[in-house]
Ligand binder design. Structure first.
Ligand code: NDP
Ligand code: 8X3
Length: 251
């Protein structure tokens, strides 16, 4: 299966690696994110190497009006959509709940839950029309097991799992597969964004081999490329050196 895939949050990490791997595998792409220069750089890199169509949509998934506008203004582009990869997401802080910032809670909830819902709702009419289609949501192991200091981030990823499960039921009979990808620790910009501190972020991945963005991109592509009658409902992927959300073996 190939077609046109929209990837939210393609400017770095898992979204970027997925865009590159899917382009290599002949997928046309609609790449989104807030950092326009990163999108432009990625499009250039893909077009230099692969003969696929790449369109860029520069907007914030947490802003409902921006999501609505981007679809309304690009109906032609969306009319070919067969895959939606809801990847854009973030964590802010790791303080216990009695110390956390209310604005951080809003940002995580608005991006990880509401942004995913907006994009899913807005893309569904096109996906239903173009079936067979596929929606891949980036959950997390934090959407299965909570940890101290992660209450709101974990809650958003529990929500992603709940939405994924209900959506699969809502879409039963419509020939649309729905997959939840739940990785453990992946070294990307994730911890830099979370801690707003490069040194602290680097330490998160020290002393063990974390997952790479490419590992997760391969899992996404593998899920997409199963025969149409096979729906990978969920993949839980840890680094070998991580046994649970709180247990990492470091050298
Ligand atoms: P990165 O920080 O490297 O990438 C996050 C991407 O999301 C960026 O492209 C960013 O683009 C985009 N994004 C964030 N907020 C918004 C927004 N409001 N509107 C549009 N785009 C947005 O992190 P990862 O690649 O690691 O994360 C990707 C997904 O994987 C997230 O959902 C994360 O929760 C999940 N995940 C990550 C794990 C990890 O250990 N790294 C483990 C499990 C799950 P821009 O800033 O340009 O808008
Ligand atoms: C990101 C993985 O363990 O940092 O979803 O929450 S973790």
């Amino acid at each position: 299966m190939t077609g046109t895939a929209l990837i939210t949050g393609a400017t770095s990490g898992i979204g970027r690696a997925t865009a590159l791997l899917m382009a290599e595998n002949q997928w046309n792409l609609i790449l989104t994110g807030r950092r326009k220069e990163k999108l432009v750089e990625l499009k250039g890199k893909i077009e230099q190497k692969f003969s696929v169509e790449v369109s860029l949509l520069n907007f914030d998934v947490s802003q409902k009006l921006q999501c609505e506008e981007v679809v309304e203004k690009n109906l032609q582009l969306f009319s070919n959509l067969t895959v939606l990869i809801n990847n854009a997401g973030l964590a802010r802080g790791s303080d216990p709940l009695f110390k956390g910032e209310l604005n951080d809670y809003d940002e995580m909830i608005d991006t990880n839950i509401k942004g995913l819902l907006y994009m899913t709702r807005l893309c569904l009419p096109f996906l239903i029309k173009n079936q067979p289609a596929h929606i891949v949501n980036l959950g997390s192991v934090a959407g299965r097991w909570s940890y101290a200091g992660g209450s709101v981030y974990c809650a958003t990823k529990f929500a992603v799992r709940a939405i994924t499960e209900s959506l699969r039921m809502d879409l039963l009979g419509k020939n649309i597969r729905v997959t939840n990808i739940s990785p453990g620790m992946v070294e990307t910009e994730f911890s830099e964004v979370r801690f707003k501190d490069k040194e602290k972020a680097k330490k998160v991945y020290e002393g063990f081999q974390s997952l790479t963005a490419e590992d997760i991109a391969e899992s996404i592509l593998w899920s997409l490329s199963r025969p149409q009658h096979v729906n990978i409902q969920e993949l839980v992927i840890y680094p070998t050196a991580q046994a649970s959300v709180t247990q990492v073996h470091r050298d």
